[in-house]
Design a protein around this ligand. Structure first.
Ligand code: PLP
Length: 406
């Protein structure tokens, strides 16, 4: 039998998809599950964007496009990114792909050499694809710990300690998946200050949740002095305009745009032509629906944080952005006799029908930081109320059972 490569067998994945399969299996068995697993808006794509896609199909705009994307879209992205981040961006700096996600791999491929010992620093916990793309492309993963005491930011001194002459890339993600944390301007300035002393380091700024900031301001590291040239801004349509399945995202960096374009020619050829016209409308058309969705997320954040803080053994910070909360369940685990957050998650799913992800789905647990789970609040107020009530009830029932058994 022909062998499967070690690289393929070792390739990491998004464990959210694994948990989702578990959840779907329970739903198929007729179980009533309230799910907080999915990292995508629970809204329809705005109608004006849908209409632009239908129009593109009817007008025959459904063939291949240039690998970097259609000019109209690159121009719209350049205007939009320039305006929102206060930068001078040319359409030629912009490359469009099937989501922001492919640029994670293209960036590792374009900034490190396989097996050369090139190091990439990235947040832990973090989006699991950072780790899997770093490893599979033969670079050295260097996780940096996010701390609850710092509102889920890393300590810039720890960054300084991790940098070596081999460090080629730093990945930042603000607002952050899974914690919802936002890197404040002062922290971003401290990071930029360190990077100025290390000319060899690129920055991948994953800004996919950049429009979903509820407290304070969104700060792109590219907008700080000397940072634009070395920063790859990655963003897209998935979260802001509820377009996850349209598969459309972009990266902005003048020097790397030609490399990204060549990677795309070698892989997907181009992003969906139809989605690209929809993307133009999303950027240039009415923003009313995007604003409405953001306002709803903001309300839900306040609701879920308030409710989770009433659950026995749970404390939950109010994260500044995205649509995730990252409650600390260390005490709740102790109350119900769960070894860790993963056992807590499995029991919560099977006993109470509430589906969440555990911290270990986003990287190894950080020593001294306790146990966490992730809720995506891309769910209705009613689901949030019922889901959190079920969790509180689950903890109470299991605490009582232990107490009476003792
Ligand atoms: C941090 C982060 N980056 C990138 C992505 C990928 O987004 P896209 O749908 O644009 O590929 C996600 C999606 O969940 C994400 O959470």
């Amino acid at each position: 039998m022909p062998a499967i490569s070690r690289r393929a067998l070792d390739l990491g994945t998004e464990n959210a998809f694994v948990v989702l399969a578990e959840v779907n299996a329970l739903i198929r068995q007729g179980k009533d599950i309230i799910s907080f697993c999915i990292g995508q808006p629970d809204f329809h794509t705005p109608v004006n964007i849908q209409d632009a896609a239908v129009k593109a199909i009817r007008e025959g705009r459904h063939g291949y496009t240039p690998s970097a994307g259609i000019n109209e879209l690159r121009e719209a992205v350049a205007r939009n990114v320039g305006r929102s981040r206060g930068l001078a961006v040319e359409p030629g700096d912009v490359v469009v792909a099937a989501g922001a996600k492919p640029f994670i791999g293209y960036t590792v491929l374009s900034t490190t050499d396989f097996g050369a010992g090139d190091e990439v620093i990235y947040p832990n916990p973090g989006f699991p694809i950072y780790d899997s793309q770093i490893r599979t492309n033969g670079a050295v993963p260097v996780p940096i710990s996010l701390r609850e005491s710092r509102a889920f930011n890393f300590d810039p001194n720890e960054l300084e300690d991790r940098i070596t002459p081999k460090t080629k890339l730093l990945i930042l993600n603000s607002p952050h998946n899974p914690t919802g944390g936002v890197i404040p301007r002062t922290e971003m300035e401290a990071i930029a200050e360190i990077l100025r002393r290390h000319e060899q380091i690129w920055v991948f700024a994953d800004e996919i949740y950049g429009r979903l900031v509820y407290d304070g301001e969104f700060c792109s590291i590219a907008s700080l002095p000397d940072m634009q040239e070395r920063t790859i801004i990655a963003d897209g349509w998935s979260k802001t305009w509820a377009m996850t399945g349209w598969r459309l995202g972009f990266a902005v960096n003048r020097r790397l745009a030609p490399s990204f374009t060549t990677w795309i020619t070698n892989t997907e050829s181009c992003a969906s032509h139809i989605s690209q016209w929809a993307g133009v409308e999303a950027l240039d058309g009415s923003q009313d629906d995007a604003q409405r969705m953001r306002d709803i997320f903001f309300e839900r954040r306040n609701l879920i944080v308030r409710l989770l803080n009433q659950v026995p053994g749970v404390t939950c910070q109010s994260p500044g952005g995205a649509f995730y909360v990252w409650p600390n369940v260390t005490e709740a685990c102790a109350l119900i006799g769960a070894r860790d957050s993963e056992e807590f998650r499995v029991r919560l799913l099977n006993d109470a029908g509430v589906a969440v992800l555990a911290d270990i789905h986003f990287g190894p647990r950080v020593a001294g930081e306790g146990q966490h789970i992730r809720f995506s609040y891309a769910a209705s107020n009613e689901a949030i109320e019922r889901g959190v009530e079920r969790m509180a009830d689950f903890i109470r029932r299991n605490t009582v059972a232990r107490a009476s058994a003792a």
